[in-house]
Design a protein around this ligand. Structure first.
Ligand code: SF4
Length: 343
């Protein structure tokens, strides 16, 4: 029997709707969610491929790369955590986790006096952000990062602004950035130089959309500019995570890793994000749905449900809470169920 179920794309903070195609109880494909207000029938390739993790999901836990039962991996993880000094344990949570999971991770870390680390692309939260409609309706859009390539359903709003005769100013480190193709002026300079050069052009009908900064000081400079801002994050629920726990800068993350002996990673590929020698950490325990660079170097890997196998909520880049429901049954445990066993 063929079924179509609605969910959200878990790939970036734009929050696009996604339809999942299920045939005889197996997920076989995706197609865009036509009536979804964020993406109105369009998904980028990352969104279309988001089911890959489900299709390649871990069925077994592993200890030192040897497959074991999940219960055995949880017991060993518990022993490692209990035998460490709490101040040497760091718990990683991220925008890959749902609101409900981040609450549970935070409560768990605090009850055990572990360090908690949440990294948000070196960005921070802004309380009042532009909506996607604000981007499409702006008279000038300042684009920092290759949004057309990296976050295409925001990129679509930038194209709409251009069609409405907005001027587009684009900054990217990549001189072949896709966004440059629709920009009136392009820059490959630092963000500081970009703002120095264009500051006089920015007014209250402008929007600055950005997915990176060169340094944390750039965030204060952006905040002091007289127009709406829209930070776009690489993970689906980074904006929501800010409501639950404080984010750390890149330097603070490295400092914390330098003082960590046991690292407990909740559904994050921290090894991919940081240029850091993770062999300095004695034990890495990772809860993950599928393989990534962090699971590859972890001592213990515990499989978790993918977002397709559970209910939850994400907060998208413009601050809207979006709920999603389970689209397929699963034998794996959720992060919250594993936390209860680790407690
Ligand atoms: S823009 Fe982001 S949320 Fe939308 S389909 Fe692409 S990866 Fe998914």
């Amino acid at each position: 029997m063929l079924e179509i179920k609605h969910t959200l794309c878990p790939f970036c903070s734009v929050g696009c709707g996604l339809n999942v195609v299920i045939n005889d109880g197996e997920i076989v494909g995706t197609f865009p969610y036509k009536r979804h207000p964020v993406n109105a029938g369009k998904n980028c390739l990352n969104g279309r491929k988001s089911i890959d993790c489900y299709q390649n999901r871990f069925q077994k836990a592993s200890i030192s790369k040897t497959e074991v039962d999940i219960e055995k991996a949880i017991i060993d993880a518990s022993k490692e955590l209990d035998s460490a000094d709490a101040s040497d344990v760091t718990v990683i949570c991220s925008g890959n986790n749902t609101m409900e999971e981040i609450e549970a991770i935070k409560n768990f870390a605090e009850s055990k006096n572990y360090n908690i680390a949440f990294y948000a692309d070196n960005l921070k939260d802004f309380s009042d952000v532009a909506s996607y409609d604000d981007v499409a309706g702006a008279s000038k859009v300042f684009v920092i990062g290759d949004l057309l390539y990296e976050n295409p359903l925001i990129g679509r709003r930038i194209v709409h602004a251009k069609q409405n005769n907005a001027k587009i100013y684009a900054l990217s480190k990549n001189e072949n950035a896709l966004t440059f193709n629709i920009a009136d002026e392009t820059f490959t300079s630092s963000l500081q130089e970009f703002l120095d050069k264009l500051g006089g052009e920015i007014d209250d009908s402008s929007v600055i959309v950005f997915n990176y900064v060169d340094c944390r000081e750039d965030l204060d400079k952006l905040e002091s500019v007289n127009c709406k801002l829209l930070p776009v994050f690489s993970k689906s629920n980074t904006k929501g995570a800010f409501n639950i726990t404080d984010s750390k800068s890149e330097e603070e993350m490295i400092d914390l890793l330098d003082n960590t002996k046991v690292l407990l990673v909740f559904n994050d590929d921290i090894v991919d994000e940081f240029d850091y020698d993770f062999t300095k950490i004695s034990k890495i325990i990772t809860l993950a749905a599928c393989q990534n660079n962090t699971t590859e170097i972890s001592d213990i890997v515990i499989p978790i449900k993918t977002w397709l196998e559970q209910d939850g909520s994400f907060v998208n880049a413009m601050g809207e809470t979006q709920n999603f429901t389970q689209v397929i049954e699963s034998d794996n445990l959720s992060e919250i169920e594993i936390i209860e066993k680790l407690n």
